[in-house]
Design a protein around this ligand. Structure first.
Ligand code: IMP
Length: 194
């Protein structure tokens, strides 16, 4: 099975990735390779940030590596918070504050359409590849559910009536932005084996 380092310090992302890639790609965490660095996300879009993170680890450890960067893109906010989703409420913000700011910005707005977009950068033998996954949905006006992380409690994917934080993890992991991008990563390796 293909073995890849996943560049993230986010335990939620790591467990989602392990569940999604189960039996398809073996994932190594940063901890497992002894990397405890904070990698600064200085890019101006998701591709750049994903590439910065993957490159950092590949160049230090010379191991095939992938990183993801995700943004919540809200139509009525012209695509914000987008690449700045993690720092929406400021550098010392957190998910609670980010959601609060989002709900305040959307207060009174009728258009609640939004999408999560994940970009994965893979660096394999020094070659770069990108994979993108999108899930469309809407932002509700108050938090619902205790599961998931980040903006999950205010996002309802199209075709469902529950937020990502209310849906079973297996459901989120079968339809999410991250699942779609990771499926393309798996397809890439499957294709190579043929
Ligand atoms: P990053 O990809 O770790 O930079 O994430 C950017 C922001 O989006 C952070 O605030 C995350 O909490 C949030 N985020 C990333 N993935 C998800 C998700 O699957 N659901 C909800 N929020 C997410």
């Amino acid at each position: 099975m293909k073995k890849l380092v996943f560049v993230t310090n986010n335990a939620h992302k790591l467990s989602e990735a392990k569940a999604i890639l189960n039996n398809k790609v073996e994932i190594c965490s940063l901890k497992e390779i002894g990397c405890f660095d904070e990698i600064e996300e200085t890019g101006i879009n998701l591709n750049e940030n994903a590439e910065i993170k993957a490159n950092y680890v590949y160049s230090l450890y010379n191991l095939d590596t992938f990183a993801d960067d995700t943004g919540l893109e809200v139509e009525a906010l012209n695509g914000a918070p987008g690449v700045y989703s993690a720092r929406y409420a400021g550098e010392d913000g957190n998910s609670e504050k980010n959601i609060q700011k989002l709900l305040t910005e959307l207060n009174g707005k009728e258009n609640r359409k939004a999408q999560f977009r994940t970009v994965i950068a893979l660096i394999e033998n020094g070659e770069k590849h990108f994979f993108e996954g999108i899930v469309k949905g809407k932002i509700i006006d108050k938090r619902k559910g205790d599961g998931g992380f980040g903006y999950d409690s205010v996002f309802i994917p199209d075709g469902y009536d529950k937020t990502f934080a209310e849906l079973e993890p297996e459901v989120k992991n079968s339809i999410s932005h991250r699942a779609k991008a990771m499926q393309l990563l798996v397809n890439y390796f499957n294709q190579k084996q043929k």
